[in-house]
Design a protein around this ligand. Sequence first.
Ligand code: ADP
Length: 292
Amino acid sequence: MSDPIMPRLGAAERTYDPPMASEAATQAQAQPATEQVFTLRDVMVAYAGVPAVRSIDLDVEANRITALIGPSGCGKSTVLRCLNRMNDLVADAEVSGRILYHDQDIYAPEVDPVEVRKLVGMVFQKPNPFPKSIYDNIAFGPRVLGMKGEMDEIVERALRRAALWDEVKDRLKQSAYGMSGGQQQRLCIARALATDPDVILMDEPCSALDPISTARIEDLLLELRSRYAIVIVTHNMQQAARVSDRTAFFTVELDEDEKHRTGRIVEFDATEKIFQNPADPRTEAYVTGKVG
Ligand code: ADP
């Protein structure tokens, strides 16, 4: 059974053919709903005053993989970055609407974005290890955050959870740059896990990887699902169908003022439904490869 995902922010811690949904995804969908980790309502993000996405409603559940799919530029990464306040780091980005982590508004003035990023880890498109040893890559976050506990154990646990321990246990002091691309990406996943988050955000984590490394990451995601909520942006529809439980399909359309094009979610549902029997013709056109 998985660790319970507790609301840890706030008082206590203020310190062609449509791809088939995988059997694993289908089984997960048959399970009862789990705890809701994120609730987004009417979220809008603008860059330099120009809206990039609007009217975003999204629910993220514990022990589920939620995929964000849709054509390039429709705002998937923008929405992902809202979930750990990474848009704060983008000059001129402005976020409005409600983004609740459990019951806590993560954009409330008293919330420290560093705390949010500890609980909501992120893995990027290209593996980006630090120019440090494998060990120090993992230990970096826990050290910065002053996490309690034996560092060797923290490092080992994170590497085991990222299915990397057996491959690197004899060379922990060697540079992370000596690892293959797939290993580096699993190292980055381990680094995100080391601060003991509840949620892992992944922005096209396999797009720089070969098919074998991609398959290993996909297997890993299905393992990690038992402990974390995972949100993944992917341009690979087969990947969304293989690993995710729920899928949000985004599109970008001309606003009513006919001046701006803005990203929106067209449909958000069980992955199997999105790929096999979507409610909206725009979703169907996309997943069958007719557009996009
Ligand atoms: P996707 O992930 O679906 O490809 P993005 O979230 O990257 O889409 O982009 C959505 C829209 O926001 C695009 O029009 C993009 O040009 C714009 N955008 C994204 N990031 C920035 C930024 N840092 N500054 C200005 N505009 C941005």
